[in-house]
Each structure stands twice: as structure tokens, then as C-alpha cells.
Design a protein around this ligand. Structure first.
Ligand code: GLN
Length: 542
């Protein structure tokens, strides 16, 4: 059992998740199998009940776990499929311990943070790492060293170091900030020194220190950090702001992180030589595009780009395949109707309506779906985007005025989107939606078939509402075709518009399975159609 803990110091948001993902990626490039665990010190059981403005997008796993977005980074960088066990929260840990206590499992003992909470944390890490069967498991400690709520996790990590063997089985990577201040632009190492001191005070001596900042670390800063934090100079790694997150594995590799880890953890004998060629090729495609398209993303959490992270990544993956940079214009659906919405036709080459909950901004999304439908603008609707496209079609093509989802208008005369049967009577909000991977059956001779090229696909879901079966025949007769359905045929999974270049909407979330070099099929379809739209418009202007 080999564990690499990744902690963070000074401030949050340093890119610890990308660092952890990148370490995993470079180890994988040497033929090692890797897995990853994210620790979130909040009391929520999972991320499912949180607003995206709290921590960004809620990432959905294959088994239906609703997790922190870093799980998405791990899956994309290391090409993994993780489960909800790979996201450990304070909520999960306490829930188990309190349930054990109520059952009487602690045999009359006083139940305490140490050892009961720390034992539960250790047990969860060991269980998940063992079950993954991988050579190395990366464990990212959310939060910042010094936070009260992170303490039990750091203590558990320290104990695991002792128990498994600090010499070769457990490593600590500490990611910290090295700010530049003053007119001479001097790199300041003091915050790093203090944060490492905090870590050492908890009994953890870092093996590698990753210095984050706007610029590469100077030799002087590196030497100072090594000296005062008691690590080798070659274990001080410089990670300046990158143009693309996909550069980070190569930046770490170049500074010898892989060799450092392999030597220290006595990993091997290694079966294959270093091979990052696929990654390098992908990065080149991302960094040196030959063309550019603009896609409008119309959502309600647009003030925080991380709310839609997996869509942005999926578009990057798809764009890279065509040597194309995808510029995403984030449009606040709540304000969309205040401006000149019809200008979208001129301003962008494609429209994406992602998932969402609640009434605010829905009318803006419905208007955008109409603009795309009527003007031949390539369109992808996902989850709420699929429901919105269906509502728009019902209102404006079937002329059922006021058609809506019962989520937004419980009394609507035309409830074309309604609560799924099994949802009726459910009161709990946590982990109670239709979640995770389900089979979608695709009809032959459809746009969806062309996009996926196969009959059955597995895609991830997260919703409570669905297309009302009473409307299906009328919708299909008028040209809104359901070309993907659940295996029993009763649940509408994909909608597409006949006679439009690319108007496709999915009840599921294809963005979560997109990978560098293997993009989500429907995002790929959107990029292809947007490129064609741009070309046609240019030709028409000549
Ligand atoms: N609010 C809608 C539902 O619950 C859509 C959910 C989503 O977009 N993830 O069905």
C-alpha cells in the first residue's frame, strides 16, 4: 500500500487538485497503476445538496456519487472511473461513527475525535486504496493546513505514515503559495515557511514542496525554501501559472518529480518506459489551434466558471481534435432577455444550455433554445437544457401556450416535463435523484446514431424530472424526435430536431465522461457543427 498525500498551505484555490491529478498522470506514464481519493472537510455527506457557487460544479460519478469537481480532474487526468468512496467528507465519517455509537459498537467507551474519528478516516482511506488495487493512491487533503476542520484528517495522515512506513510507503507533497511583492518583484518564501512549520507542528514533514506563483521560482527562492523547510533542493518544485492545466504534468515531469517519487517509494520494477507522447500531442493541439469558434453557454451560475467545469473541459477536448480553440461566452440566463437575444445568431457559432435547477433564468434559456431552433444555430442542451428545448418546442411548435415543467409551474395546463414517478413522495434532498450511469438505447438513422455510432451507450444522470409520456406522440409527430430512450423505452433520453443541422439535447450529462483524446461524442458533434456554421457564414458574407 503506497499513499501520496497532497496538502495545501497559505491560501485555498492553489490548484492542489490539478497538482494531485498531474502527479497521478506522470506516475501512470511510467506504467504504474494509480488511484485517487479526495478529502473534503465539510460536514455535508456529499456535494449533492450544494449550490455550484459554493465549490463549483457537482461532479457525478458512474455509481451515482455526487462529488467535488476534483474527482472530475482525477478522472480526466488519470483516465479513471471512480466511485463515491473516493470522496471522503467529514459528514460521511461522523455519520458512520455516530451510527456505530448508537449501535453500541464502542462497548462503553467515550467516543472521541482521536481515536474514533481518525480511525474511521484511516479505515476509509485504506479500504478505498486497497479496493482500487492500484500501485499508488493519491490522497488530496481539501482545505488549507491550519484549518480547524482539516485537523483530524492531517492527524490520520500522520498516523498512516507511521503505520505503513514513512521510508517508502507514504509521501507528503505540500502545495504552497510563493507570492511576488514590491517594485523589485521579489519572491517571498515566508508564507511557505510558516505553512510548513504548521505542518511540521502536526508531525508531518513534507517530502516535496510545490511552490505556486505567477512566475517560476528563482534559484534563490528555491534554495531558501529547501534550507528553511528542510527538504532537498530538487524536491522544491516550481509550478508557475500555466496557460493550460494540461501543461502541469509535463512541468512536474521536467523537474524530476516522477523519479523522485519512484525512488523514494521504491516503486518498480517498472514495466514500461516513460510515455507522455499522447499527452504531449493533446497539449500541442490545445496550445496551437489553427482556428477558433465561439460557443455561448447559457446558464444561471455563469459568474463562477467552475460551475460548468466539465462542459468547458469537454469542449476543450472536442476542439483539440479539430485543431480548434473553443471560446466560451458565459451568458447569464437571468439577464439574457434584457439585451438583444437575437444577436446570438451573429455573435456565436453554437449554443450550449447546461443542467440546472429552479425557476430563475429558465425563460432566458427557453428563448435561447428557440433562437437556435429557428435560425439553424448548432445547439446542445444537457439535462435542464434538454427539458428546456422540449418546453420550447411544445410552446412554439405545438402551440401549447404556457407549457412548462412542473418544477417551474406546478399548475401548468401542459406539463410536458413532470416529476418522475419514483420521485413522488420523496422528501429527502440528498442523493435522491435519478443518479449515475444508465443505459441509453439509440435509434438507427438518427443524428444521435451518427454522433455515437452505436446502439447502446452508458451515460451519467442527475435529475428528478423527465418528459411526460403523454406528450411523446404529439411531439414526435411535429418533428421533435426522441432518438435515445431508456432500455424499457419509457424514459426519453435524447431529443433531436429533424431538418436542423445540429439540434441535439440529452437528459443525461455526457460532459462527465469526456477525456483528453477521447472527447464526449455530443460535444464533438457540437464543435463539428459549429465549425461548419462558421464556414457557411463566412462563405455567405463573401
Ligand atoms: N432540474 C431538472 C431536474 O431535476 C434538471 C436537472 C439537471 O439539469 N441536472 O430534472
Amino acid at each position: 500500500m503506497k499513499l501520496i498525500f497532497v496538502s495545501g498551505g497559505v491560501i485555498s484555490g492553489l490548484g492542489k487538485g490539478i497538482t494531485a491529478s498531474s502527479v497521478g498522470r506522470i506516475l501512470k506514464s511510467r506504467g504504474l497503476s494509480v488511484s485517487a481519493i479526495k478529502i473534503d472537510p465539510y460536514l455535508n455527506i456529499d456535494a449533492g445538496t450544494m449550490n455550484p457557487y459554493e465549490h463549483g460544479e457537482i461532479y457525478v460519478l458512474d455509481d451515482g456519487g455526487e462529488a467535488d469537481l476534483d474527482l472530475g480532474n482525477y478522472e480526466r487526468f488519470m483516465d479513471l472511473e471512480l466511485t463515491s468512496e473516493h470522496n471522503i467528507t467529514t459528514g460521511k465519517v461522523y455519520k458512520t461513527v455516530i451510527e456505530n455509537e448508537r449501535r453500541g459498537d464502542y462497548l462503553g467507551k467515550t467516543v472521541q475525535i482521536i481515536p474514533h474519528i481518525t480511525n474511521e478516516i484511516k479505515q476509509r482511506i485504506l479500504h478505498t486504496a486497497r479496493k482500487s488495487g492500484s500501485d499508488v493512491t493519491i490522497v488530496e487533503l481539501g482545505g488549507t493546513v491550519g484549518d480547524i476542520e482539516s485537523m483530524p484528517f492531517l492527524e490520520a495522515a500522520r498516523q498512516l505514515g507511521r503505520e505503513l512506513g514513512r521510508e517508502e510507503n507514504v509521501m507528503f507533497i505540500h502545495t504552497t503559495l510563493v507570492p511576488i511583492t514590491g517594485s523589485v518583484g521579489e519572491e517571498k518564501t515566508k508564507p511557505t515557511q510558516h505553512s510548513v512549520k504548521d505542518l511540521m507542528g502536526l508531525g508531518i514533514r513534507p517530502d516535496i514542496i510545490v511552490g505556486r506563483g505567477a512566475e517560476p521560482l528563482t534559484d534563490a527562492a528555491r534554495a531558501k525554501i529547501a534550507m528553511f523547510c528542510d527538504v532537498d533542493e530538487n524536491a522544491v518544485i516550481s509550478l508557475p501559472d500555466a496557460k493550460s492545466i494540461y501543461e502541469v504534468p509535463l512541468t512536474l515531469e521536467r523537474q524530476g518529480v516522477t523519479d523522485l517519487v519512484i525512488k523514494r517509494m521504491r516503486l518498480g520494477p517498472l514495466t514500461s518506459k516513460r510515455d507522455m507522447s499522447d499527452w504531449e500531442r493533446f497539449l500541442k493541439q490545445v496550445m496551437e489551434p489553427s482556428t477558433e469558434i465561439r460557443i455561448a453557454l447559457i446558464g444561471k451560475y455563469t459568474a463562477l466558471a467552475d460551475s460548468y467545469l466539465s462542459h468547458l473541459e469537454a469542449l476543450t477536448h472536442a476542439g483539440a481534435e479539430r485543431g480548434c480553440r473553443v471560446r466560451v461566452s458565459m451568458i447569464d440566463s437571468d439577464r439574457f432577455l434584457d439585451g438583444s437575444p437575437e444577436k446570438l445568431v451573429e455573435d456565436v457559432h453554437g449554443i450550449l444550455i447546461p443542467g440546472g435547477f429552479g425557476t430563475r433564468g429558465v425563460e432566458g434559456k427557453i428563448a435561447a433554445a428557440r433562437i437556435a431552433r429557428e435560425n439553424g444555430v448548432p445547439f446542445l442542451g444537457v439535462c435542464l437544457g434538454f427539458q428546456v428545448a422540449t418546453i420550447e418546442f411544445t410552446r412554439n411548435v405545438l402551440k401549447m401556450n404556457g407549457a412548462n415543467s412542473t418544477e417551474f409551474d406546478p399548475g401548468t395546463e401542459y406539463p410536458v416535463i413532470c416529476l418522475m414517478n419514483e420521485q413522488k413522495g420523496r422528501r429527502d434532498m440528498g442523493a435522491s435523484m435519478r443518479l449515475g450511469s444508465q443505459t441509453v438505447r439509440i435509434s438507427k438513422d438518427s443524428l444521435a446514431w451518427g454522433v455515437y455510432g452505436s446502439a447502446d451507450v452508458r451515460e451519467r444522470h442527475r435529475h428528478r424530472y423527465e418528459v411526460n409520456t403523454e406528450f411523446i406522440d404529439r411531439l414526435e409527430d411535429a418533428g421533435w424526435r426522441f432518438s435515445g430512450r431508456s432500455e424499457d423505452g419509457l424514459r426519453m433520453e435524447i431529443g433531436e430536431l429533424e431538418g436542423h443541422p445540429y439540434y441535439l439535447a440529452t437528459q443525461f450529462h455526457p460532459e462527465f465522461k469526456s477525456r483528453p483524446g477521447n472527447p464526449s461524442k455530443v460535444h464533438m458533434g457540437l464543435v463539428n457543427a459549429s465549425l461548419a456554421y462558421m464556414r457557411d457564414r463566412k462563405n455567405a458574407a463573401l
